[in-house]
Design a protein around this ligand. Sequence first.
Ligand SMILES: NC(=O)c1ccc[n+]([C@@H]2O[C@H](COP(=O)([O-])OP(=O)(O)OC[C@H]3O[C@@H](n4cnc5c(N)ncnc54)[C@H](O)[C@@H]3O)[C@@H](O)[C@H]2O)c1
Length: 275
Amino acid sequence: MRFAGKRAVVTGGASGIGRATVDRLVSEGAEVWIGDIDEGAANDMVATSNGRIHFRRTDVTDAEAIRALIEEADAAGGLDILFNNAGAGGAREPIGEVAPEDWDRTQALLLRSVAMGIRYAAPLMTARGGGAIVNTSSVSALGTGYAPTAYSTAKAGVLHLTKLAAADLARHNIRVNAVVPGFIMTNIFTRHLEVPEDKRAQANGMIAHVAADSQPIRRAGRPEDIAAAVAYLASDDAAFVTGTSILVDGGLTIGTRGSWDPAAPSLFSALEAFQ
Ligand SMILES: NC(=O)c1ccc[n+]([C@@H]2O[C@H](COP(=O)([O-])OP(=O)(O)OC[C@H]3O[C@@H](n4cnc5c(N)ncnc54)[C@H](O)[C@@H]3O)[C@@H](O)[C@H]2O)c1
């Protein structure tokens, strides 16, 4: 019960990583405010939570909506934890084709939202003596080939913002860290597809197969894998941890495939033929 008596805000809490984190925080004693645009899913969570989960419709591209969400949670007794997590794939075009307004929308969704979450939580957490902030980045912040360019650039920004905010806010006893998920099975991959449900299920099955085959740990990542890391960073177990990130990727970014998959071509296996 690391979060008994604590209040948390989770953006994107109605699905996937955010939802698993809401469940984890509540299971350890927290009261949680979800900020999301999916009213149906969030209201279902509220209805079965015995008053532990609250929902305020919040589009995180709207800074005033973020402010209102954070103020609502704080007014209930003080905000202890903020998880800046809401997101979607954003502009998918390569850099030679992306439209300026799509680029801006993606940055507003994935990077400015995190900055404004910190912006509005910081004074309130300062006033009550501290708090813990966790931001969702991505392996796409670390290299190419994981996600579209606009998304990956925003997620890299989240990592650097995490360090800058941690440096700024340590004097107020506010810790700021990030979680860096690998390939996690959630709705994010198929949410934008306008296809019948059976086609969506087919796409999710294909993605699960690819995810399980993508890294040394041969299964798709689960939202709960990320929630466990977020809960650690948000808890007093991480009291001396700030300005850093936890990579939870099943080894996806360890190195070349040939280093962990005996079936994949590698320089060393090629040379073995000559020994
Ligand atoms: N799934 C992965 O493999 C993966 C990997 C790395 C990072 N991430 C990041 O994890 C975070 C959570 O994604 P997920 O995989 O759980 O996806 P998801 O689609 O299951 O959940 C995302 C949630 O964010 C909400 N959301 C989307 N746009 C919003 C907006 N404008 N305002 C408020 N809420 C909004 C959605 O309604 C949904 O509830 C995102 O930031 C995503 O970029 C996911």
